[in-house]
Design a protein around this ligand. Structure first.
Ligand code: HEM
Length: 441
């Protein structure tokens, strides 16, 4: 059987490319090797990636116990905890997923639309004509506000501020260069160390306080926030989630749902501002869902925030003509699959129209992964993108400060716009447009 082709660059160079120009690395690997290739990072393990939808389907539909996630061995594992949906495998993962799924059901989403619109309009109220700013922190502020209210259900203003500060301090630290060193120590010991431990401890204290406050307040069945729903959920044996499980899932939803959505929104604006006809059409058709959804699908295709996902196959699995033995670190390139030229004509171009007459394909459009581990917040994220884009484009005209596209930069495990989508506010309408009926689909 043929062996998986390898990129002809030394591991040190591959690692440097992955750190500084990750898409150059992935693009070159595809050009040299095709849909399936092996990367070697220094001093880590080799990783086999595929961008072929047929392999992606095989990976996502394999029995879950045969393809456990590799996230349990990553530096975020001690932060999200041992009960996190992101790190669990097999039956415990399934149990936890069943407990969480109802919170993300379509009907539930309607309750969050108002929170999202309010958070977006409050943020827009701060913008002034002529402001030059990075949109990314503004989008992060909106998505954090939404998580605090829709997911954590924090109502008390003082508690909201305290928790927001603790979370921001922790996230700021994870993005700092010092965090990379702490991450290596964390990986070695399997425990949070140094500032990580202190900052996470502060956040945990506030989360446990909030869980206790929810319990004390009672009336959980009537409340609509996700924490209340999780507290009411029962598994097949009638068991509810423990406080530690609740804490782990809250941190998971925060880490998985906050920056990912904010960055996808930043990319949507970055792409639209470089594609004037798409921006003009979207502005004209902003009250309709059709073009807005096509823009969101195309943004998530061309700028998938999570570029790759890793698995640890426990049985041999085939990627194309290659059979990967047990012990191979293997995964799907979400970036590569979403840019596969066999599926997408002119894959580097931003063309929302390609999604006007076709729905995204389950295994060729994979910004949210797939199968049993598909992002549980995918509908939530797309609704949030829809409502925030609409709120901004109803009231604000933006322009790019530099007309050149912003490069894709890597931050932790995500792909972000190099300059955080730097824009100038041309005009801003002071009166927030608040439609009578909130459109949710
Ligand atoms: C545009 C925004 C988002 C993107 C691009 C994104 C992407 C992803 C991807 C690629 C995965 C699969 C990981 C894997 O297979 O190993 C995932 C899983 C997950 N995401 Fe998202 N996500 C987004 C928003 C959200 C939101 C808003 C939430 C919740 C509030 C969320 C919660 C989760 C959870 C809990 C998982 C783990 C699911 C499981 O393993 O069963 N995500 N996400």
């Amino acid at each position: 059987m043929a062996s998986v082709p390898e990129l002809s660059l030394p591991p040190v160079v591959q690692t440097a490319r992955w750190i500084f120009r990750p898409t150059l690395l992935l693009d070159r690997a595809r050009e040299e090797c095709g849909d399936v290739f092996r990367l070697r990072f220094f001093p880590g393990r080799a990783l086999v990636l595929t961008s072929d939808p047929a392999d992606v389907r095989r990976l996502f539909t394999a029995p879950p116990e045969t393809v456990p996630t590799a996230t349990g061995n990553s530096p975020i594992a001690p932060l999200v905890g041992e009960h996190s949906l992101l790190t669990l495998n097999g039956p415990p993962h399934l149990r936890q997923r069943k407990l969480l799924l109802p919170s993300f059901h379509g009907d539930r989403m309607r309750a969050y639309a108002e929170i999202i619109e309010e958070a977006a309009n409050d943020r827009i109220d701060r913008w002034r004509e002529g402001d030059v700013m990075r949109l990314q922190p503004h989008m992060s502020a909106i998505t954090l506000e939404v998580i605090l209210r829709a997911v954590f259900g924090v109502e008390d203003a003082a508690r909201q501020t305290e928790l927001r500060t603790a979370i921001e301090n922790l996230l700021l630290y994870t993005a700092s260069p010092r965090a990379a060193i702490t991450a290596i120590r964390t990986l070695r010991t399997g425990e949070l160390v140094g500032p990580f431990a202190r900052l996470a401890g502060e956040m945990d204290r506030l989360l446990y306080d909030e869980i206790a406050a929810h319990r004390q307040r009672g009336g959980l069945e009537e409340r609509e926030d996700i924490l209340s729903l999780m507290m009411c959920a029962r598994d097949e044996d009638g068991e509810s989630m423990t406080d530690v499980e609740l804490r782990d899932e809250l941190v998971t939803l925060l880490l998985a749902g906050h920056e990912t959505t904010a960055t996808s929104l930043s990319w949507a604006f970055e792409r639209l501002l470089r594609t004037p006809h798409a921006l003009a059409r979207l502005t004209d058709e902003i009250e309709d869902d059709a073009y807005l959804d096509a823009v969101i699908h195309e943004t998530l295709r061309s700028r998938p925030v999570v570029p790759i996902i890793g698995r640890e196959p426990q049985e041999p699995i085939a990627f194309g003509e290659y059979e990967l033995p047990v012990g191979t670190f293997a995964g799907a390139s979400l970036y590569g699959t979403n840019h596969n030229p066999a599926v997408y004509e002119d894959p580097k171009a931003f063309i929302p129209e390609r999604f006007l007459d076709r729905k995204p394909d389950t295994y060729a459009w994979i910004p949210f992964g797939g199968g049993i581990r598909r992002c549980i917040g995918a509908a939530f994220a797309q609704m949030e993108m829809r409502l925030v884009l609409r709120a901004v484009l109803r009231r604000v005209r933006l322009e790019a400060v530099d007309p050149a596209p912003e490069r894709i930069r890597r931050r932790n495990i995500t792909f972000v716009p190099q300059h955080g989508t730097t824009v100038r506010v041309r005009t801003v309408d002071r009166a927030p447009a608040r439609p009578e009926a909130v459109a949710v689909s």
